[in-house]
Design a protein around this ligand. Sequence first.
Ligand code: PLP
Length: 373
Amino acid sequence: MNLFPVYSLYDVEPVKGCGSYIYDAEGTEYLDLYGGHAVISIGHAHPHYVEMISKQVATLGFYSNSVINTLQEKLAKKLGEISGLKDYSLFMVNSGAEANENAIKVASFHTGKSRVLAFKGAFHGRTSGAVEMTDNPKINSPFNETDKVTFVPLGDIEAVERELATGEYCAAIIEGIQGVAGIQMPGDDFLRQLREATTRHGVCLILDEVQSGYGRTGRFFAHQYSGIKPDLISMAKGMGNGFPVGGVLIAPPFEAWGGMLGTTFGGNHLACAAAIAVLDVIKEENLVANAEKVGNYLIEKLKAMPGIKEVRGRGLMIGIEIEGSAPELRKKLVFDKHIFTGGAGQHTVRLLPALGITTEHADKFLKAFEEVL
Ligand code: PLP
């Protein structure tokens, strides 16, 4: 059987990881500043994470959502404390797309409406069961229900007002910082205007923090810089440090009923063990503060580097726009300098490293980047 080749691959096979490094079978060391799509939050093979998952596998790896699972409650408690959102409730799923679909479902139940307002360049997932999740024509298929979602320009509050005034919308969904679009910031003022407009029109505000959440930007969730409180928050990626786990945080006015939402694997014991270990390490090692510190350092140095068109982002969610080809430059970084980065389009390099990277790692990258640029 062949694989269905939808991914473009680097000719490297990592067989081991440790902290911010990965290694191939020959022992070549690579600095990982991409973390497999922003997934590696606490570093590769963190000993506490390995221990927690191993113990859980050896006792009860999995059972369904039909029995008491105190691990879910333990996770919710820790998450409420570290995020400052103790009054929200947690519903656990397996991925970012699933988190967004469930958030939209809650909003749709709550309002009795079905349209969703999203923003140009957004990416909210590929499963498309309930709603088109991106306006990228290479990703949408005819299956998508394009009539249920409208994309307006990011930052255009007048376009938002015009759409919401139709009274057809259940939700507006926005990324804390747009990731796949090349690290585009919505702006704190715009988030505040959007919160005010959605409240006034009785529309739920969903913050997609799948990529920008879990401490990556120097706050637990990126939108917390703006001081707003969304109705629903979706998260995944860094939540499990590689174990597939996602969740929706649901604000107090929403009420659950039996059967309202559901999933086979969501919130299983192993996923909880992984997610609890991640929160333990984030707290113990002050990783949110570190993301802010090392992120600011990187952004400041990159802004001063000649040959760069623009640097965007916050904390350790950084987009570096260059004049030349980003895919070519990233290839050179991998093969000549042994550094992994992410990309977005033809001209943007994305940095989404583990939250524990040091200024020494940052300096190593900055030197290599300047040389290949
Ligand atoms: N939302 C955002 C902001 C994302 O960046 C992604 C994935 O890149 C998703 C949703 C979809 O997440 P998943 O691939 O886990 O379904």
